[in-house]
Write a protein that binds this ligand. Sequence first.
Ligand SMILES: [Zn+2]
Length: 627
Amino acid sequence: MSSTSSCGSDGITVILLRHLLATTFPQHLCRLYHACLRSGQTPARWNEALVYPLCKDRKKPYTATNSRPISLLYLFRKLFESLILPIISASGHMAYSGIQAGFRSGYSTLTNVLTLHHLIEADAARHIVFLDFASAFDRVGWTYLQQELQEQGMNPLVLQLVYQLMYRDMSYSLIVNGCESPKQPRTCGLLQGSPLSPILFNRFINSLLQSLNWNSQPTFPSALFFADDGVLIAPTITKAQSLLNQAASWADRHGMSFNIPKCGYMVTNQPLRTYLPHMLTLNNHPIPHVTSYKYLGVRFESTGIDFVKQGILLSQRVESCLAGMRWFSDTWAPRIRLNIFKSILLPTLEYSLPLLYANYKRDRKAQEWITLTNAYNTCLTWIAGGNAKRPHITAHLLGLLPFVDRAQHLFTRFYLHLMAMEPSNPLRAILDRSNWYPKSNHSMRIHKHDPLLSQFLNPPPAFPKHLSNLQHTPITLLRRTVLEELSTQKFTQIRSTIGPHSSKLLQVSMLANRVPGLDCDLVLTAPVTDQSRFLAWRRGVFGWGRKCLCGERFDRGHTKCMPYPDPGLTQEQQFIYELDRYLIDPDTKYTIVDYLLNNGLWNQARNILNAWTLTMSNLLRSNTTHH
Ligand SMILES: [Zn+2]
């Protein structure tokens, strides 16, 4: 469990628990858990939750409809749930439907997205209906769930535990403006934030998925689900309506309902027509026609993924996030901005990137690629500060890959994910139809009618070396080997071949040790007030646009023209500096500041840069008074 998980109302956190590991506490906890398992009873307090309604859109008033509730549960409960997860998941004679991708290994949102895109591109899926359940998890009632679990042969004791944890005397308190409301009873629904809820939901909805996909070809599923996010796929309108009727009838028998205005019916690969196509209905309500729909966070249009819009969607998210932070972020050190970038901005920008990269591979001029690259580089400039753009050098100093290399890396990881797919994942059957599973580096032909999926037929460059091991090596081991190779060698390789204009600057900083773990330049460990300026020096943009004493534009080649305080190196330091200068390419202009930064001598480096800044601004002042 992550140490940053929020705690429940008892205030016990993961960090606190870690400190108790060396005591007798774990034994007591173990005894408690055993007692729960034997008796099928759990502590009553575990069924209390704290609910924080987080504001969805800060521009609108903070009301119940404009908030997303986050539930906080007791840590001991969540720990217990995680421990019994395998039992809850496997108890009985349960066969999970192959079209359920939610919370399963060997599946992901992107395998669903790629499957759907392929079916549209291959013109097999003429009629598509995106389904939207009305608050699905909150509607799951005990009687319906119990019935399903019993039919799946869940052990009665396990069933009893599910009831204890999810439905017996549930209550919650709302936290609004820092105040806790009185306890309210909660009578229905799977508990949000509980590790068991996703598994139980999968079991609950499984009979619907089995019936929708009954008798379908492995390579042509009738539906794809990710938890409650479903899409129905049909070659004809009759088939589509029949699938909808099944969904409606299942929902009716299970106390569930659909949010019909948010569902969408899309006719694919059809030229735009002036008359309305046929209607599809759900419980006699017509489903809105759509020409564009966001499915699992990816923008679809009638010919598949709308790559251009997807690029805009992702980069706009990143840019609005950046815009929201710009007011405060000026005072943050680059190291802090780098961490924010890695934890918030990068994951946003990278969602669906393997697929976008696959599209870029077949169309190097793809418009969305330019959009995304710009957004990535905007982030780099934001982290480093200043206006100068030098994305390659900046990326290197920050321990990041240039955008296209990062995308290639993610593409490769996604390829590995495909190799580890569950045999029941429809995408597996679709790829295997082309004898896909890579056994050699034999290159496969790209299909004209299926260009996106074809990009995944041939293994990425890092693979051929490992393919011969595949017969003998378990996939997990292969996965680790390839990933390690990608993350270490790839970086080194990029560092040394980063382009003719930047190689000298990079040589300078490569004499220093990288920050372990982050693999970024040493200056990101400098005092926070210095990081921006040191980074500017590293990027060769210190004194950008200013004049040197000699009258020319200042750059690192002009340090000899400028006065600066003696850094007071010891004899040994002086010797190493001279040695560095001797070893490095003479054109590189390895200066005293480079030496100081490479060795973490922050005070001396700061003094010199201060002196130069002062000289340059005095020069600027005297120039302006003369004119
Ligand atoms: Zn000069």
